[in-house]
Design a protein around this ligand. Structure first.
Ligand SMILES: [Zn+2]
Length: 196
């Protein structure tokens, strides 16, 4: 399966006893850390197969699960020398495929940034706005105008700007030094869709 994220197994362990066996896998998937656990007991009820993602506050958030009713009969009854990988790896792989499909659909940004970018989109395109940014748009924007900056301001507002050159005091100073008025030259590059 192709994925824009590198997918690295950072830890995997299996264990087996007379009445249970279990597989634990930790995977790094781009910016995400995912834990997959598959646990088989003699009885159906305590069995589980689940994938969780590590959230910012270092807790595991459930993402997908595979109900034991669907796989209990396809896996061996526990015994001490069961081949745990053979029994449980297909279930773990299936969970990882589902996790990948879910996580690669959205670019993960810190919540504050999501809120502010969401507000920018809503202001520009309306409260139910939608807009596709193509790789060409990104190339054009990087090559035109000033550098993009998002500046947190003391009053809680955020300034999004491409109106200032790299060495404008507004961008370079730690404190609130305003633009020195020499930034007009970098504004409104050729072919600016907003200007036509
Ligand atoms: Zn400036």
């Amino acid at each position: 399966m192709s994925t824009p994220f590198p997918h690295t197994v950072v830890d995997e362990s299996v264990s087996a006893a007379e009445r249970y066996y279990t597989l634990l896998r930790i995977v790094r998937l781009g910016p995400h850390t995912v834990r997959v656990r598959v646990h088989r007991e003699v009885e159906l009820e305590p069995c589980f197969a689940a994938a969780e993602v590590l959230s910012c506050d270092m807790t595991w958030t459930p993402l997908v699960m595979h109900h034991p009713e669907c796989w209990f009969d396809r896996t061996a009854t526990p015994f001490k020398h069961v081949n745990v990988k053979t029994e449980l790896e297909p279930l773990a792989d299936d969970l990882m495929r589902r996790v990948t499909a879910i996580l690669v659909k959205s670019i993960t940004l810190p919540e504050h940034v999501l809120d502010v970018v969401g507000a920018l989109l809503a202001v520009a395109y309306g409260s139910t706005g939608e807009h596709v940014i193509t790789p060409d748009d990104v190339r054009w924007a990087k090559a035109s105008g000033g550098p993009f900056r998002a500046i947190d301001r003391p009053d809680g507002s955020v300034l999004f700007t491409k109106a200032h050159r790299h060495d404008c005091p507004l961008l370079t100073s730690e404190c609130e030094i305003p633009c020195d008025g020499r930034c007009q030259a970098v504004q409104a590059g050729a072919g600016d869709p907003a200007m036509t």
